[in-house]
Design a protein around this ligand. Structure first.
Ligand code: ATP
Length: 141
């Protein structure tokens, strides 16, 4: 069994609408978990920065354009087994603000993407590390 370290980046994206703050959540097409959009840094371009990867993933998986509002990301970790190997994943989430686009335009990697209220985010997210990242991000708003 090999241990493989992977680094992903993504966005925790908010949108101000009618005096309410809404948040982007996405449902993964394969494992079906509700998560924030994210993906491997340098997936398509080996020189890609974390910020560029996070913005690209938000566009691809979340269907929308956003801007980064905190330069320092929240760091999370989890581990899972994949074809006999152990993947140790570090994810950097940037706080982002929605600019344009529709979550319905997400790509195939996600089966759903939508903006929901803060309470709904807490009920919807499936993983502890994402829930913790969300609580930390709220403190930065
Ligand atoms: P990436 O978007 O980083 O390229 P991926 O889409 O290939 O990753 P993951 O979302 O990392 O895949 O899912 C791989 C496995 O890890 C799945 O079994 C999933 O259930 C699990 N997983 C995903 N997110 C978490 C998490 N935050 N905590 C624990 N397990 C997770």
């Amino acid at each position: 069994m090999k241990i493989i370290n992977q680094t992903s980046a993504g966005g925790i994206v908010y949108k101000k609408e009618n005096n309410q703050t809404l948040w982007l959540v996405t449902q993964h097409s394969q494992h079906k978990g509700w998560v924030f959009p994210k993906g491997l840094v340098g997936d398509k371009d080996s020189g890609e920065s974390m910020e560029a990867a996070a913005l690209r993933e938000v566009k691809e998986e979340g269907g929308i354009k956003a801007i980064i509002v905190n330069k320092k990301p929240i760091e999370t970790h989890y581990q899972y087994r994949w074809t006999g190997d152990s993947i140790k994943k570090t994810v950097f989430y940037f706080l982002m603000e929605y600019v344009s686009g529709d979550p319905k335009d997400h790509d195939w990697e996600m089966m759903d993407a939508k903006f929901v209220s803060e309470d709904e985010v807490r009920k919807t997210l499936d993983y502890k590390s994402d829930k913790e990242a969300f609580e930390k991000i709220l403190q930065e708003l």
